[in-house]
Design a protein around this ligand. Structure first.
Ligand SMILES: [Zn+2]
Length: 126
């Protein structure tokens, strides 16, 4: 059975979306993806590098390392919350609504991780 690209409702074979509303929302989603994809990729790449660099620095520059690692996590998490762009594979598998939700949950998890790293610094002392 085919599913609506946006909400995942079951549809007939010749349809792509279950209703006009889903089609409009899906188009808006793809437009946003295109508009912000460069910014999204640039920030994400910087953060994905920042996390291991920060963790590495933590072994000898604890404060700087922690700020870099937890800052990268929090920025990455906020990006995922504000611009929840799943990969094409995720959209195919889960459809847009669910894929976006998964990315947002991932964003929250990354923010929590960032706060946890920052909390470690407070617990262990500077
Ligand atoms: Zn739909």
């Amino acid at each position: 059975m085919k599913q609506c690209e946006y909400c995942g409702k079951e549809i007939t074979y010749h349809e792509i979306y279950c209703c006009d509303d889903c089609q409009i929302k899906a188009n808006r989603f793809y437009e946003r993806c295109e508009k912000f994809s460069k910014l999204f990729t640039a920030v994400n790449t910087a953060c994905v590098f920042g996390i291991p660099v920060g963790l590495f620095l933590m072994s000898f520059l604890r404060l700087l390392g922690t700020v870099v690692a937890s800052g990268s996590c929090i920025i990455l998490g906020l990006m995922l919350l504000l611009f929840p762009f799943p990969t094409e594979g995720m959209i195919k598998k889960f459809k847009i609504i669910k894929a976006v939700k998964i990315v947002r949950i991932l964003g929250i998890a990354v923010i929590v991780l960032g706060l946890f790293i920052a909390g470690m610094l407070v617990i262990l002392g500077f």
